[in-house]
Design a protein around this ligand. Structure first.
Ligand SMILES: C=CC1=C(C)c2cc3[nH]c(cc4nc(cc5[nH]c(cc1n2)c(C)c5CCC(=O)O)C(CCC(=O)O)=C4C)c(C)c3C=C
Ligand SMILES: [Fe+2]
Ligand SMILES: [Fe+2]
Length: 358
């Protein structure tokens, strides 16, 4: 892929901006409430008219701040998501410098609910004067609540140069799947290859009504898990489950807590791997490492093994680089790919690349 990219580049270096989308997290205790407000004020998260949503967001962020602050306090008062994402951005930029030497590739970070916000990233990218912009969500599975929300924020903010394309989703990308499998095998070995173990793929949950409205997230999470199991080979007892429920609505299940209880009742321990998060953050470091570890102990679910998030795994960063190079080489809309219901793909996912028309 890198070869054809280079072959097309006979002139001056093509300037390529690669923009990593992520959720963002508070960088200090006083940022927790405004971060929560930004999240709940997003119509992708609470689908009611703005007149109702803003007061609701004010109220929820006010009520939730104490428990959220206590959880962030367990991580030193701040989310590690930005430093983790910065490290991934640096590794990806370094790899792309070798894979696409005739391009000048620079990575940027656009967070949805805390700094660096999408608008600031869009200004920085515009100053870079790119020929090409590749939007790369650090959400392998597409959701209206994450990828679509970030794409919308980008469209509203970017006024710079270049052809803008987005990688919509990559739930079964080879590097992603291999990295997950290697992380799982590493944790399994480190735990002494325990027997009587269930592999739990734990993903962030969503309200059921979001899935019923056509969001492909759940089916893509299941596709990732199935691909990882196939890559692992051998006989694995495995299950997909969903964590981090918020609010009164019914969320998709089974919940990670239910899955741990079920495993305990069957006399099994669990090895839990985050499948929709590619970095460590509050939902891995607090929920998985603390809350569910305590629950497993109480339920007699032993051992409880936690697989680290992908972070800087070589195969994962390599997979991201392949996606970017593939995107740059690809004429939009002609490559084959399994059609699915991505809003950003207009019902089709042509090679999972979509051109952003401004
Ligand atoms: C796959 C990724 C994510 C989906 C889907 C998602 C949907 C979603 N989230 C909330 C509410 C909250 N999420 C919070 C934190 C948070 N969420 C994600 C990812 C997804 N969310 C990440 C990476 C993070 C961590 C940020 C960090 O600081 O490290 C929070 C804040 C924490 C808390 O108070 O529990 C809330 C609230 C909803 C309602 C939702 C879908 C409707
Ligand atoms: Fe897609
Ligand atoms: Fe979330």
């Amino acid at each position: 892929m890198a070869e054809s990219l280079m072959a097309r580049d006979a002139g001056p270096a093509r300037r390529v901006a690669v923009v990593l989308f992520n959720l963002g997290g508070p960088d200090r205790p006083s940022a927790v409430r405004p971060f929560l407000f930004n999240l709940f004020a997003d119509p992708a998260i609470i689908q009611v008219p703005a007149l109702v949503r803003y007061p609701l967001a004010l109220m929820i962020s006010w009520l939730r701040q104490a428990s959220a602050k206590a959880n962030y306090a367990r991580m030193g008062g701040a989310s590690p998501l930005l430093p983790e994402t910065e490290a991934q951005a640096g590794a990806l930029q370094a790899l792309l410098a070798t894979q696409a030497p005739s391009c000048r590739v620079k990575t940027f970070i656009a967070m949805r609910y805390w700094r660096p916000f999408t608008a600031a990233a869009a200004r920085e990218v515009a100053e870079f004067e790119p020929d090409e912009v590749v939007l790369l969500p650090l959400y392998p599975q597409y959701s209206t609540t994450t990828t679509a929300s970030s794409l919308k924020a980008w469209r509203a903010a970017y006024r710079g140069s270049g052809r803008v394309r987005a990688i919509c989703c990559y739930p079964t990308q080879k590097g992603l799947v291999e990295a997950h499998a290697q992380r799982i095998l590493g944790a399994f070995e480190a735990a002494g290859r325990p027997e009587k173990l269930r592999l739990l793929f734990s993903a962030h949950g969503l309200p059921e009504k979001v899935i019923e409205a056509g969001d492909p997230y759940q089916s893509q999470v299941e596709a990732t898990a199935a691909a990882v199991v196939q890559c692992l080979g051998g006989e694995w007892d495995w299950q997909v489950c969903y964590q981090s429920r918020v609010g009164p609505l019914k969320w998709i299940g089974p919940s990670t807590a239910e899955a741990i209880g079920q495993a305990a009742r069957e006399g099994l321990g669990v090895i839990v791997t985050p499948i929709a998060f590619v970095s460590e953050h509050i939902e891995t470091l607090v929920e998985l490492d603390h809350d569910y570890a305590v629950l497993a102990e109480q339920e007699g679910c032993r051992p409880y093994v936690r697989v680290p998030a992908l972070g800087l795994h070589e195969a994962f960063i390599g997979g991201l680089a392949d996606l970017v190079v593939g995107c740059l080489n690809q004429p939009v809309g002609v490559s084959p790919g399994a059609p699915h219901q991505c809003e950003a793909c207009y019902g089709q996912c042509p090679g999972r690349v979509v051109e952003i028309v401004r």
